[in-house]
Unconditional design. Structure first.
Length: 94
């Protein structure tokens, strides 16, 4: 957890806001046999919201679209992610 907080602080200092590793998350979703539509439905969000979050897009409020804690927990379960993979994908901790 300490490494995650350090990475977040470092990214904030650099001005970087996007933390999600889009390519890795996409590969994990496809590798688990899910479509983006499946994942969006399982998370209770729209396909467009999922796409925005995966690709770190700016929302209407001018903020980067990020996954909520509960969504990350659910994705960990659905995709069988361990803590190391979760940190790498969602918090840019390599």
């Amino acid at each position: 957890m300490k490494a995650v907080l350090s990475a977040i602080r470092a990214n904030q200092k650099k001005g970087a806001k996007a933390l999600t590793d889009s390519k890795e998350l996409t590969n994990r979703i496809k590798g688990a046999g899910y479509t983006f539509e499946d994942i969006a439905n399982l998370l209770g969000i729209t396909r467009q919201s999922l796409d925005n979050k995966i690709n770190n897009r700016v929302n209407a409020s001018g903020n980067i679209s990020e996954f909520k804690q509960g969504e990350i927990v659910k994705l960990r379960q659905l995709l069988g992610l361990n803590l190391t993979a979760t940190n790498a994908i969602f918090f840019n901790v390599k």
